[in-house]
Design a protein around this ligand. Sequence first.
Ligand code: PDD
Length: 287
Amino acid sequence: MSRIVFLNGSFLPIEEAKVPFMDRGFMFGDGVYEGIGVLNGRLIDNEAHLERLERSLAEVRIPNPYTRAEWTSLEEELVRRNGMAEGFVYFQVTRGVAERDFFFPDNAKPTVAMFTQAKSIASAPAAETGIAVVTVPDMRWERRDIKSINLLAQVLAKQAAKEAGAQEAWMVQDGYVTEGGSSSAFIVTKKGSIVVRPLSNAILPGITRKSLLRLSQEAGIALEERRFTVEEAYDAAEAFLTSASNFVLPVVSIDGRPVGDGKPGPITKRLRELYLDMARLPAIAAE
Ligand code: PDD
């Protein structure tokens, strides 16, 4: 079966999906995106992702081409057409096609592109072993709360991590961890509280982060919503990251130093289980 993508109103084989040369996403990175996890063929936390999309679009003043119900049915249709049980749905909206000029074009129509990536999330080997992260300077702009398609700083950060033998980069500003290249960053103190940076323009408001905070509260796990330094992370009992395409992943080393005993910690494992239970629930309810 050929891979099917969605482009500007049509479902097409990926080979036939072409974006015009002068698309502002290509020329300026003038667009925003979303990424949603799929488990058992179901979109996880989709409403919250669509809410963040609405906010990103409003902040960069691109008109939203679809209602939430329309977005949802396009996502579901794409998952169905690709027969994808587990993975990731990605979509982006750019300001559209116009002769290259910085000012907003008068009559451009937003370009909408959507694709799926099959991926094992629930039984990913990295969830058992944990991953290594390295710290890098956070070189991004000041509106990291917008999920912009401008990802050059993250591309460079994550490539540096890969070349250092790690799987994720934790970006650092003024000695404090902001977030991962494509994930939210957490540590667990020796007293057993979760520490996560509060929301601001300095980080993306992670949807998985939001659900995880709710689940940890329900489980009675202490939470400190504050900034943490790289030194505090080195000294933490546990560390982990969250994202739509990984759910909860243990971090077992930072800059080559083992976190705790260098194995996924008990609080991290428990939170991953809680998140998986939540992600599996709607599928059970629908049966
Ligand atoms: N990345 N921080 C950054 C910079 C991110 O790019 C992401 C997501 C997150 C986690 O957000 P969420 O829980 O809503 O996925 C935090 C996606 C997965 C990506 O770019 O592939």
